[in-house]
Design a protein around this ligand. Structure first.
Ligand code: FAD
Length: 320
């Protein structure tokens, strides 16, 4: 039995789906032990019951005005105090911008080993084994932490969400935060169409083949009908057809949606590193020799400006 501490995340007051995936991972390794969800900011009272429906036995709502906006300094101080107080036997965090920033710092402060960006977790012969993709997703290895307690960040969209009803105890934890080296003066949000790219179940991506920023419009329309998010290759970002926040790949975001539709993307290895583990891949490209077809489950050889609007019309008939 292990006491597992889980970092949960919310966006605009709503719990992020990846938090529930991390809770399920915690359930697997707790083996009947306690699962404690940590939520920052008082708005967590609104979604604490959801954490209880997905296996958390306790929620610690960590409060301090300095935690209303993420800063490395403040969250690090607060999370350290929670760890000191609760003495967990395993820690799991989402592999999000916050998790990626916080986890290595927590590992360094407590002298822990960290396995980052894992896609699966099991307990074998009493040992916690984390699955991590390597060589741009071409292979995977199973790793265990040998220095300290099991500690990992979990890639969104890989571990299923399951309902595990528990009786939940909600605690408030006041963090002492001082000597901040960074102060956030303003948060300017980019309009990205609503669905978070790294957690989206459906991603429609455009490459240099879209030819202009206007060329992304048919992709946005398809994404809207399907309830998906729009992504891009670096080729499209470099050509200034879209913002770099949409870039998928080795030096961009890693996504694992249920459906990935690549439009006018050649399929360079660096792009595949960010999407090849998608569950179903559809490629639309006018070049039948494009390497993207080697990883695609379904390939459409054709002009994306003809194919994408046709798909949108057909999906509208059944979905809207
Ligand atoms: P292209 O390779 O130019 O492909 C365009 C495709 O569009 C072609 O296959 C063409 O047939 C097709 N096309 C053209 N017109 C149409 C049409 N009307 N209808 C249908 N198809 C059409 N790339 C990434 O994506 N992500 C990364 O994170 C990344 N990191 C990198 C890191 C390093 C260190 C390096 C060196 C490179 C990286 N790259 C990355 C760049 C990568 O190598 C490729 O250059 C890039 O992915 C190419 O983008 P693309 O497929 O959009 O463009």
């Amino acid at each position: 039995m292990r006491k597992v501490l889980v970092l949960t995340e919310a966006k605009a007051g709503n719990l992020r789906g990846v938090s529930l995936e991390v809770l399920n991972a915690a359930h697997r390794i707790a083996e009947g032990g306690e699962i404690i969800a940590v939520a920052f900011g008082s708005e967590a009272t609104h979604y604490a019951h959801i954490l209880g429906k997905h296996g958390a036995n306790k929620v610690y709502i960590v409060e301090n005005n300095e935690l209303n906006v993420y800063t490395t300094d403040a969250y690090l101080q607060a999370f350290r105090q929670v760890v000191d107080c609760l003495e967990p036997e395993a820690i799991l965090m989402p592999h999000t911008a916050i998790g990626k920033d916080l986890a290595p710092r927590i590992a360094a402060r407590f002298g822990l080993g960290l396995v980052s960006d894992i896609t699966d977790v099991q307990v074998e012969n009493g040992e916690v084994l984390f699955t991590q993709h390597i060589y741009s997703g071409k292979a995977f290895e199973k790793k265990k932490v040998v220095s300290g307690i099991p500690f990992a960040t979990i890639r969104p969209n890989n571990i299923p969400v399951t309902e595990i009803k528990t009786t939940i105890e909600v605690n408030r934890f006041h963090a002492n935060i001082k000597d901040l080296r960074t102060i956030v003066k303003e948060v300017v949000r980019k309009a990205t169409g609503g669905v978070d790219l790294s957690e989206a179940k459906i991603v429609i991506s455009g490459g240099r083949g879209v030819k202009s920023s206007d060329g992304f419009k048919p992709l946005q329309e398809l994404a809207e009908v399907l309830g998906g998010a729009v992504g891009a290759s670096r080729g499209a970002c470099d050509a200034e057809y879209c913002d770099y926040s949409l870039q998928i790949g080795q030096t961009g975001k890693v996504v694992t949606p249920d459906l990935y539709i690549a439009c006018g993307i050649s399929g360079a290895i660096q792009h595949l590193a960010g999407m090849s583990n998608s569950k179903v891949i559809v490629a639309i490209n006018k070049d039948p020799e494009a390497p993207i077809f080697q990883v695609a489950d379904y390939g459409i050889v054709g002009d994306l400006f003809e194919v994408v609007p046709l798909l949108t019309e057909e999906f509208k008939k059944v979905l809207v």
